[in-house]
Design a protein around this ligand. Structure first.
Ligand code: SF4
Length: 326
């Protein structure tokens, strides 16, 4: 079984997905992926899903290894905004042709990575696999590893060729690339007890900027957004958050669940749309942060908890009085 087939099988049985868990054992074995009908407009391929999940990381170069149409189809389809760097909006592709199909595209990919690092020098290069190079056997993991060693820079393979499945599956495969190669690889300059991650928030047409002022007012710091208006360094440090909120209908549930498993970061699923959902989201964030404050066996635990609890309660009730009158 190839690494990709194994990964897809694992994602089809996501234990964090309530729908999946509600199925019978027999149904669960079939997985949750609905096979696409060739030619049907099924809302994008797996590559497209991985690209939309990761392209909002604004300061890295997103290099698509494949024929030019793959990049053309997926470029900026969500219209996500950046508060700074615009590297993510440049369409990088290896633009494979017939000769590459005959001789293989690995050398071409390596040269493309080198050219990007020499000319743009981003903090990282994300390399996306697509159908054609996957079918001719180009090993992007090996090329990325060689480039990482040669240039001393993170070069991240995103193994989600279009034929692997649906766009939703591609979202999750994109998340797997972050879990395997990015999250936990760097440390933040400082941390606070109120650091959170937003998982599945893409800052589509700047929506994140409507929410951030409310969190700022409550003293809650977004350590990393995965991946709207994100910087590479922030995502590399995301393992130091104290709690996480999962948005976008479980598109990155595998990231939320595995971060809880590996780093002990509790999460909940929520939405920022509408007064009731917004109010619930803020309460849930505050609840998780307060619950996580005590450390077992520590005599200072109750003190820490109540110290955190008081300002949160005051801030949230002040916020509700001002913005959400009953
Ligand atoms: S990855 Fe495959 S399915 Fe997706 S756009 Fe490229 S060729 Fe089409």
């Amino acid at each position: 079984m190839s690494a990709l087939t194994k990964k897809v099988a694992e994602l089809m049985h996501e234990p964090g997905c309530a729908k999946n868990q509600a199925k019978s054992e027999k149904e669960r074995k079939k997985g949750c992926g609905k096979q696409l009908t060739p030619g049907a407009a099924a809302g994008g391929c797996a590559f497209d899903g991985a690209k939309i999940a990761l392209q909002p990381i604004v300061d890295v170069a997103h290099l698509v290894h494949g024929p030019i149409a793959c990049e053309g189809n997926s470029w900026d389809s969500r219209h996500v905004f950046s508060s700074g760097p615009s590297t993510y909006r440049t369409g990088f592709t290896t633009d494979l042709g017939e000769l590459d199909v005959i001789y293989g595209g690995e050398k071409r990919l390596f040269r493309a990575i080198r050219e990007i690092i020499e000319k743009v020098d981003p903090p990282a290069v994300f390399v996306y696999q697509t159908c054609v190079p996957a079918m001719i056997g180009d090993d992007i993991d090996a090329v990325c590893k060689a480039a990482r060693e040669k240039f001393g820079k993170p070069v991240i393979p995103v193994n989600a060729p279009g034929f692997a499945g649906s766009k939703n599956l591609g979202n999750k495969l994109g998340g797997e690339a972050l879990l395997e190669h990015v999250i936990g690889t760097e440390e933040p300059e400082f941390t606070t007890p109120c650091d959170i991650n937003l998982i599945g928030e893409y800052n589509v047409v700047g929506e994140l900027w409507q929410v951030k002022p409310l969190l700022d007012e409550l003293g809650i710091r977004i350590l990393a957004t995965i991946s709207g208006d994100a910087r590479y360094h922030d995502i590399a440090c995301a393992h130091r958050a104290r709690a996480a909120m999962m948005l976008c209908s479980q598109a990155l549930i595998n990231v939320a669940r595995k971060m809880e498993e590996h780093y002990g970061i509790p999460y909940f699923e929520g939405s920022f749309y509408g007064i009731a959902d917004m109010s619930d989201a803020l309460r849930n964030i505050a609840r998780l942060l307060v619950e996580r404050a005590p450390m077992s066996g520590s005599s200072t635990a109750p003190k820490v908890s109540s110290a955190l609890d008081r300002p949160f309660r005051a801030a949230i009730s002040g916020f509700i009085d001002r913005f959400l009158p009953s």
